[in-house]
Design a protein around this ligand. Sequence first.
Ligand code: SF4
Ligand code: SF4
Length: 506
Amino acid sequence: MSEITPFEDVEEYRDHIATVDEKGKRIWVYPKKPKGKFTSARTYLSWAFLIFLFGVPFIKVNGEPLMLFNILKRHFIIFGVSFAPQDFHLFVLAMLTFVVFIILFTVIYGRLFCGWVCPQTVFMEMVYRKIEYLIEGDANAQRRLNNSPWTSDKIIKKLSKQLIFFAIAVLISNTFLAYIIGIDEVYKIATEPISQNLTGFIAMLVFSFAFYFVFAWMREQVCIAICPYGRLQGVLLDKNSIVVHYDHVRGEPRGKIKKETGNKPISPISSIQSSVLQSEKAVALEMVEALPSAANPIEAVQKSLGDCIDCKLCIHVCPTGIDIRNGTQLECVNCTACIDACDEVMDKVSRPRGLIRYASATSIETKTQKVFTTRVKAYTVVLALMVILNIVLLSMRTDVEVLLLRTPGMLFQKVGKDKISNLYNYEIINKTRDTFPIEFRLVKPKGTIKLVGKTPFTKASEVTEGAMFIEIERKNLGSRKTRIEVDVYSKGKKIDRVKTNFLGPI
Ligand code: SF4
Ligand code: SF4
C-alpha cells in the first residue's frame, strides 16, 4: 500500500536528472507548447530583449559603439563611456558589483533572471522552440515525427528546421562578434574576400557552429549541467527565496477528480486526465482501499484530496523535464510554463489559480513572506558600499591620464649660476578615440619646462611617452626634495594635474 505524500516516498528524483535515463542516455524533452499570461508577458519581454540585443551594435555615439567588449584589445565601451586597460580596476569592480547584485537578487527572487531575460532561455524558448512548434507541431506531433520512418515530408521538415536553426545561429554569432570587435569589423568579415579577414571568418564560423550546437542539441543541458549560475542555486537559494513553487499544502494529497460512481473522469478536463488515467488508476484504487470506513469510498477519496488533480500538465510543459511538485530543483529555470499550465487546469476545475506560483517555501508553509532576512540585509550593505565605491572612482576617472616621474638613476644638474634642472619621463594615456596636442605648464613653484623633442601629440587609445627637463631657481626650492605640480593642457583646456618630486642640493 503506497501513501501519497508531498514528496512521494521518494526523494529518489534527487539521485538523477530528469533528462538522463538509468543507463546514462539522454532523454529528449518534448515540452508541450505553453500558453497563458506569464508566457505572453515573457514573449513580449523577449521581443524587447531581442530588439535591444540585435540593435545595440548598430548604435554609435560620436562615431563609437554604444557597447563594446573588445577583450582582445582590452578596450571596453559601456553605454558610450570608453574604458582603457588603465581602467581595468574599474571594470573589475563594476563586474564584482554586478555579481553581488546578482547574488542579492537571486537570494530574494531566485532564478527570475533565467526565466525572463537569460539569452539562453530567450533564444531557446522564444526563438528556436517556437520555430520547432511551427514546423513540427506540438510535443506529441514532434514525438510522432521523430519515431516515424524517413519520408519526404519528414526530410523536408527536419532539413528546413535545421537550416533555419543554423541561419539564426549565424545571426547570433555575428551579433556576438559585433559586441567584441564592433559592427564595422563584422561587416568587413561578411562582405570582403575571406582571405582578407581569415581569422575573423574562422571565429564567425566557430561561434556559429557553437550556437547551433547549443540550441539544436544541448538545449536544457546548458542550464542543468553547464551554466555556473545554475549550479550556484544550491548555495544562493534558501527557504525565503521567491521561486516558482508548488503549493503542496494546498495541493496534496494529489489525486484525480472522479465521478462519484466510477473512475471515468469528469469534463471539461477529461482529455487531460484520460491520457494518464490508466497508469494512475491503480493508485486511486489503493486510496479507495485505504478508506474502508467511509460510506462512499470514492466520495471520501475526493473530499480528502488536495487541489492537485495529478493531470501532470505541469510536467508536460516543463522544458527541463522535471516535476515541480517534488519541490525546488536545480533544473528549474523559472520559465513559468508550469504556472500557466496549472492555472489553466485550475480554471477548468473551478479552483483558485496559483497552485503553482511565485512563492517561497516559508510563505507556503506559514502564509507569511519574509524578504529582509539577515542574509539579504548583509548583501544589501555590501552592495551599497560597492556601488558607492564605483561612483566615487568613476567620478575621479579622467579621459587622459598623465604620469610624470623623474628619470631613474638621475640626480639634479646645475644650470648656470642659480638654476637646478631635473630630467623627467612622462607617459600620456589617452583613453579617448581622438588625437590631440598636449602642453605642460609648471604650476608650483615657478620654473621652466623644456621638452625633449617636439610638442607631444597623444594618439587615440594609445600611450605616448617622452621626456622633459624642469628648471627651477634655487631660491624657489625648499629642502632637498621639493613637491612640484604640473598642469596638462590640450587646446587651451586643462585636462589633468600631476604632482611629483624635484631634487635639489641640500
Ligand atoms: S498542472 Fe497543477 S493540477 Fe496538474 S499535476 Fe501539475 S500541479 Fe497538479
Ligand atoms: S518547473 Fe519546469 S516549467 Fe516550471 S518553471 Fe521550472 S523549468 Fe519552468
